[in-house]
Design a protein around this ligand. Sequence first.
Ligand code: HEM
Length: 538
Amino acid sequence: MALLNNFTACLKYFQGDRLHNQVFFFLRAVHKSAASESYGVSPTREGAMPERIITEVGEKTQIKSLEEMPGPSTLSNLIEFFWRDGFSRIHNIQLEHSKKFGKIFKSRFGPQLVVSVADRDLVAEVLRAEGVAPQRANMESWKEYRDMRGRATGLISAEGEDWLKMRSVLRQLIMRPRDVAVFSDDVNQVVDDLIKRVSILRTQETDGATVLNVNDLFFKYAMEGVAAILYECRLGCLQDQIPEDTQDYIGALHLMFSSFKTTMYAGAIPKWLRPIIPKPWEEFCQSWDGLFKFSLIHVDKRLSEIKAQLERGEEVKGGLLTHMLVTREMTIEEIYANVTEMLLAGVDTTSFTLSWASYLLARHPQIQEQIFTEVTNTLGHGAIATADDVPRLPLIRGLVKETLRLFPVLPGNGRITQDDLVVGGYFIPKGTQLALCHYHTSMDEENFPEAIDFRPDRWIRKDSTDRVDNFGSIPFGYGIRSCIGRRIAELEMHLALTRLIQKFHIGVSPLTADVEAKTHGLLCPSAPINLQFIDRKS
Ligand code: HEM
């Protein structure tokens, strides 16, 4: 059985199956040569392994083959992952393996070979050398489901020309902070409901302050927030009684998440074995059915409203979905697929980050007070922040960046090389699965001194020449295939955290001890985080 690579394979959003080494080669990668150092990344002449490369500084460097690359044996990997449940410790395995094997190493799962890159500069060079349509991982099982149901692929599952076309439409709409600033009021209405919900939930506990399992609350906030932007409507996730169709959708999302390990095998198990081991594929299809059904309801509803408005001769105004439906730059099936995949990608990622951010604030009351002071000094007492205020709140931005550095929701990411490359002195043939070890680079002392410390202020620029951006921490990825929802996620997180800090002192509940991270597709809390929300004096 061919397993997915050890990082990307375990990311539910980027789940693929067999690594066929079939790179979709629609577009020839246009490489910028990035051979700035003797052990950098260089494109090579296709097919042949060169013996040495000449670097920009004129040095001749011997090139090593993949056979010479160190890494754990297939057997030890299988024991690590299947016997010792390595799937939930993927982030720590990155640290262990890079300590043992160095900053570039290979792992094998049967026929599947993965080259892990655990060095900031090499990660930077790999990503900077990308072509016009990079490929993250093999998405065969996602595509198979879509073909079976006659559905289109969205940004996550599409490749090549299809991906490029949809990406160029969506990036015009939501990639820059100013594009999403128009959603401030919509998001702030959802923040109002979040605050009300905190107040309701804490009255249910005997101390009148604790909210149990804050991730449940932030999950609902993130879903409501992203849907307000994607579907231009409210779902009622933060109400006492959640509407039935929303509840069904949450069920489908939970199924995708809880059956993550099972569904991981959906593509990895050969088709002929499905009648004997049907569960993974069945659950995979069932959760996708639920996710698509929900999108269809909301997209079709908006489409009917637009048609009715046009029939009445009214001007059609709206947000993202309206724009997509009116301009028809994408087909209706592509719109269904993209909102489905964006909603899937935009809920757990944002909610885990908010849970970790609140947990870190609760564990570091002094830092929380510093941020509170910044917020009140900047906004005055009680003013509601909008996207325009966020640049004036560097510690709020630092809080989100530092949270994502310590707990990168996607602890690793993947790329399938589209050209022969030399990376770190090794020849990597095209079609090789790379695993970019973001968790390791985030925790590397060379990139972040006192890396285990929570210091939102490390992201504050001292002056205009100060470069705080750091390839060691790129939680949203980098470049043309990076997270399309980054600005939406940031808006939701900045506005929610600002308001929570304004309203409450956040403390750790006595019910919560230290909470470690575990990998379950995403880097998530291994136990419920219970926090106290105590009103601040106004
Ligand atoms: C804290 C929140 C989030 C984090 C940390 C995050 C992180 C990521 C990362 C690391 C990638 C892969 C990038 C790469 O391969 O270089 C990605 C892709 C993606 N994300 Fe996010 N994401 C977040 C929120 C969102 C939201 C809110 C949405 C939708 C509204 C979204 C939609 C997507 C999509 C569609 C892709 C695939 C893009 C493509 O292949 O072209 N994400 N995300």
